[in-house]
Design a binder for this molecule. Structure first.
Ligand code: NG1
Ligand code: ZN
Length: 531
């Protein structure tokens, strides 16, 4: 057929290295940029099929997030801005790994299995991060889209969450916002200004925030956005990409893993600072205390701050909505305890990877989800949004209730419900701190993290480890969980688990205990049990 002739012709310009096998993992495909040209072309093809199948616009983001600059990656975005459906992850892997002569068969296999109507129109939107390889790779994506006759829009340089936002806006016919970078800035900044208006007595000191842009796309986009914020946030931007290397000694992942401040940022005691990751879908906060000690406020602290804020607002607004926080096994035990015991918020544990958290959070009226590494957001059910909007406009409600409902309404507009978003999360945090009148050390003092340690163990085949109970229990190989249990028992306030990483060829070990020494020893002992 003529449409496939074009695919074959163009595919020869994006040849697959023979024998190379890649997997669509938790974060899509991710590896050295030079191995990805064929994957990009083929993801362009698959996105066209997915678009025809769903009769919606599909997104493709070219990024490798917090990985080193020489890596790259690609992720597909489903119609409402969510991660690609799992069955299509399988197709992605099959298509990416088909040798050149088997490509058409693999493609036709998807068309047949999904009964894709090839007459249906297709539309794909593409975005990319600032990596040197990203422009060429996104061209390969477009080549794939065009060779199957799909329409496309290239958003060029955008953050990952901005692309998710565009996809959602396009498929909800503007209800979620206007599908442009400016539309994003307008929606988000307007909500932020509305919220901060409710927090009087904010001085320039309160408004000041130091941001580490990881030398990536987040820095670029925050600069563009600044004018929209009407001086309600005064940003000092570091690692803005003008000289440093992407993610090198900076960014959210560096700060979280190293538990220290990024290079290039000057921190005075008590100053609020935050770091984005390389595609601006993750954020962590930190500060130095008067004694010069570094304090990290990670995804758990963020979930606790936002969860507490929302939980307190609901009764003030006269609304009876169910709120839950979703975490992973990596959440610090102190955060879980604080939420459950002090705040009386229900907490659920999901498997690592935001799609699992997102899915679980959708079960509640309001679902706050964050991975400890700073990736997360808040989801509001349609019913909850409706009730909040009604109450905000309810002439018969007391002023105080209406005011609280309006704050909730602006929070809905401020948060990016499609996916974790460093810029939008940052503005939510800044607004919550302003409204609650909290300094960063007050926020930090909500609970004290239990000392913890993460280790990576290289094994011959990490897949021999299988887990259950949201990865907190190893069910294979036999005897491993019993060994971990025996080690955990030796320490107080202790917990440990192991799981195979979804993004690296390692087994991850996590341990926490009453002292740093005990957490370190426990993690080490558990890592020995893994061999
Ligand atoms: P893996 O490699 O499966 O542990 C890591 C992070 C996840 C998530 C993904 C995707 C940890 C412990 N794991 O997954 O939270 O962000 O990468 O980027 O931080
Ligand atoms: Zn990221």
């Amino acid at each position: 057929m003529a449409q496939f002739k074009e695919v074959v012709q163009r595919s020869s310009l994006h040849p697959k290295p023979v024998g190379l096998v890649l997997q669509y993992g938790t974060a899509g495909f991710r590896t050295k940029a030079q191995d990805l040209d064929h994957v990009m072309f083929r993801m362009g093809l698959l996105a066209v099929l997915r678009s025809k199948k769903t009769k919606s616009t599909i997104g493709i983001m070219v990024t490798a997030s917090h990985n080193p600059e020489e890596d790259n990656g690609v992720k597909l975005v489903d119609p409402l801005g969510e991660m690609l459906a799992p069955s299509w992850e399988e197709y992605s892997t099959q298509l990416a790994n088909a040798e050149e002569q088997g490509l058409l068969t693999a493609l036709k296999d998807v068309i047949e299995k999904e009964a894709v109507n090839m007459q249906q129109e297709a539309c794909v939107v593409v975005g990319r991060d600032t990596r040197p390889s990203s422009e060429k790779l996104s061209q390969a994506v477009l080549d794939g889209v065009m060779s199957l006759g799909g329409k496309y829009h290239d958003y060029g340089l955008v953050t990952t969450p901005q692309l998710h936002f565009m996809v959602c806006c396009r498929n909800t016919h503007g209800l979620y916002g206007t599908a442009s970078v400016e539309g994003y800035y307008q929606k988000v900044s307007q909500a932020f200004v509305e919220l901060t208006k409710q927090a009087p007595n904010r001085t320039d000191d309160h408004k000041h925030l130091k941001v580490d842009g990881a030398n990536g796309i987040g820095a670029l986009k925050l600069k563009e956005m600044e004018g929209f914020l009407q001086k309600e946030l005064l940003v000092s931007l570091y690692n803005d990409g003008s000289s440093g290397k992407l993610n090198y000694l900076c960014g959210a992942d560096f700060v979280k893993v190293q538990q220290k401040s990024p290079q290039g940022i000057e921190m005075l005691a008590g100053e609020r600072c935050c770091s984005f990751d390389g595609d601006a879908d993750r954020i962590v906060y930190y500060y130095n205390d008067d004694a010069g000690h570094f304090h990290l406020l990670d995804g758990d602290k963020i979930a606790t701050l936002i969860g507490t804020f929302l939980k307190e607002l609901l009764p003030k607004a006269g609304l009876d909505l169910q709120i839950a926080v979703v975490q992973t096994a990596y959440a610090n035990g102190s955060s879980t305890r604080y939420l459950e015991e002090t705040m009386k918020v229900q907490v659920h544990c999901a498997k690592t990877g935001v799609k699992h958290l997102h899915h679980k959070a959708q079960e509640f009226d309001i679902g706050v989800y964050f991975e400890a590494n700073g990736h997360g957001t808040v989801l509001f059910s349609k019913g909850a949004e409706e009730k909040i909007k009604q109450q905000a406009q309810n002439e018969n409600a007391a002023d105080e209730k209406r005011k609280a409902a309006k704050i909730l309404e602006s929070t809905i507009n401020l948060i990016n419900q499609t996916v974790g978003d460093a810029i939008s999360d940052m503005l939510v945090i800044e607004a919550v701190l302003a409204l609650k009148g909290l300094a960063v050390h007050h926020w930090d003092a909500m609970y004290t993290d239990l000392p913890n340690r993460q280790l990576k163990v290289k094994v011959a085949d990490r897949r021999v480890i299988e887990t259950a109970d949201a990865e907190r229990c190893a069910v294979s190989p036999p005897g491993l969980q019993e060994a971990i249990n025996a080690l955990v028992k030796k320490y107080s306030l202790s917990r440990a688990f192991v799981r195979p990483s979804g993004t690296e060829d390692v087994v991850r070990v996590y341990a926490e205990a009453d002292t740093q020494g005990n957490a370190d020893t426990l993690a080490y002992e558990v890592s020995l049990a893994v061999y």
